[in-house]
Design a protein around this ligand. Structure first.
Ligand SMILES: C[S@@+](CC[C@H](N)C(=O)[O-])C[C@H]1O[C@@H](n2cnc3c(N)ncnc32)[C@H](O)[C@@H]1O
Length: 490
């Protein structure tokens, strides 16, 4: 039996209005304004081609040249990755100090929370975990504090990596113990959430305020949260962490639209010198608030999701229904948490499915390299005898961190311009982070010379695969490739 969502029925006219495509000229104008606001004149988004929107070169590019960097609209770090590294929740730069990054990870590792210890990867980490008094040292693989750091007599436990003394890890976390040469790898400070939650941190007040205004004020679990029910929000977040973090992105998109709608309405009322008509719904303002999301290529999540390999095609209908039910469960939890009467249509299963489908079809992996890696590589490059001296201090931490000593920040994000780039199995560009790209922006580089006017394409898959394998990989993106290489090879 299909799922019945009463909001779908009540808000059908508003939902249709929000999903109605804009005329091509309006779409082009939107991207012209977006690119102008970012001072980006090297590219253009047009609707000329075979596959809807596409990105086109406005100048020649040499091989290897930067074409553009794209600021994300919504992004999140994978919950399990939050254990491994601490980054700004807005721009995804690493924050704090190299010592704090190492100390925090060793501390959480000792609690058995690090994924490298096979713990539940989706376990929620809060500042409270980091600062809690762990009196039960029996469960922890600390080295004895009175021994030489990393000395052979240190106490270890089965399946635990050797950890430096607990006191040393704690002083490292508190910034009281400095590693040699760490001053060459300075990071922005840790700025707490303005709402008082211990779930997110920032690199600056600017990032904290921007995220608060954009969506976090409605999704914060702290005391100053504007969410109507923090308890319900907690349940929603737990459900997303346990099932699929794509729901966290969908919540950001909905919170963002509600907050934009409220701001637009307030400024409109001020301009018109109207009294505060707080419950008078204005469809044109909701459409305006929704515009950045309306631009993304969309389909319903449960319809566009590729069938996993372990699901037989005879089970397809059941599988898609289960996915739809999962989305409905998540939506009910979100609705309990941040419901807004005027924006009720955003809590319809139809729009929720379309938003998640948009992330499924367009998202790019978010990867930011770790400064901990830079630090240990720098130490490795030092010359004797300084290298040996420094390693006496640094190696105990490297050993304790283990093989995966420098985990990158990993997550998923939706980028407004990059998501307009079509796929080709012979692409002329690629999304690739250079050494200097240390934040969450997408970086698009030319991988061949590109001439002004040419369409800029990337490959969504490994384009070196043979035709059949490429064809098998693309259903994840919901289409069959019709690029010139595929047309020739088919
Ligand atoms: C990430 S979007 C790219 C932007 C999209 N053209 C738009 O209008 O928003 C991916 C979608 O574009 C279309 N597309 C991109 N590359 C294609 C290709 N090589 N062959 C066929 N369709 C393609 C498919 O509909 C695909 O689901």
């Amino acid at each position: 039996m299909d799922i019945y969502c009463p909001v779908d029925e009540r808000c059908s006219a508003v939902i249709s209005a929000l999903l109605e495509p804009l005329p091509p000229l309006k779409i082009q104008e939107y991207y012209e304004r977006l690119l102008a606001s970012r001072n980006c004149s090297t590219i253009q988004v047009k609707l000329d081609g075979e596959f809807g929107k596409g990105v086109y070169a406005q100048q020649d590019f040499a091989e290897g040249e930067l074409i553009f960097r794209d600021q994300m609209l919504f992004g999140c770090q994978h919950p399990s990755n939050k254990i491994e590294c601490m980054v700004c929740s807005s721009c995804f730069r690493f924050i704090g100090t190299v010592e704090q990054q190492i100390g925090r990870r060793l501390y959480l590792q000792s609690l058995g929370l690090s994924s490298s210890h096979g713990c539940d990867a989706d376990e929620k980490i809060t500042d409270a975990d980091v600062s809690s008094d762990t009196s039960d040292d029996e469960n922890i693989g600390w080295g004895e504090s009175n021994e030489e750091p990393g000395g052979s007599g240190s106490r270890t436990r089965e399946n635990k990596k050797l950890c430096p003394p607990k006191e040393m890890v704690e002083t490292l976390m508190r910034g009281e113990f400095l590693l040699p040469h760490s001053d060459k790898f300075l990071l922005p400070p840790i700025v707490p959430c303005p709402g008082g939650c211990k779930e997110v941190f920032y690199c600056s007040k600017l990032c904290a305020d921007a995220d608060w205004d954009s969506c976090h004020s409605l999704l914060c679990l702290g005391e100053k949260s504007k969410a109507p029910s923090r308890a319900a929000l907690d349940k929603f977040t737990q459900h997303a962490n346990e099932t699929n973090d794509i729901f966290l992105l969908a919540a950001k998109a909905i919170a963002y639209t509600i907050l934009r709608y409220r701001k637009l309405k307030t400024s409109c009322e001020r301009k018109r010198k109207l009294p505060d008509s707080s419950d008078c719904f204005d469809l044109s303002l909701l459409r305006e608030a929704w515009r950045p999301i309306s631009m993304g290529h969309k389909r319903r999540w449960w319809e566009c999701m590729a069938l996993p390999e372990d699901v037989d095609s005879s089970e397809e209908v059941t599988f898609r229904m289960q996915i739809k039910e999962l989305a409905f469960q998540s939506l009910q939890l979100l609705k309990d948490a941040i419901y807004d009467k005027e924006c009720e249509a955003l809590f319809s299963l139809e729009l929720y499915g379309q938003i998640i489908g948009m992330f499924e079809l367009n998202n790019l992996d978010l990867v930011v390299a770790s400064p901990v890696e830079d630090y240990f590589l720098y130490i490795d490059d030092l010359h004797s005898p300084e290298k040996e001296e420094v390693e006496k201090v640094s190696h105990q931490f490297l050993d304790a961190l283990g093989e995966e000593y420098a985990v990158s920040c990993e997550g998923t994000a939706f980028f407004p311009i990059q998501s307009c780039m079509n796929h080709s199995c012979q692409p002329n560009a690629r999304a690739f982070k250079r050494e200097e790209d240390r934040d969450g922006e997408a970086t698009i580089l030319a991988c061949k010379p590109i001439h002004k006017g040419e369409e800029i394409t990337i490959s969504y898959i490994d384009e070196s695969l043979p035709f059949e394998e490429r064809r098998a990989a693309l259903p994840d993106y919901g289409f069959t490739c019709r690029c010139s290489k595929c047309q020739e090879e088919s």
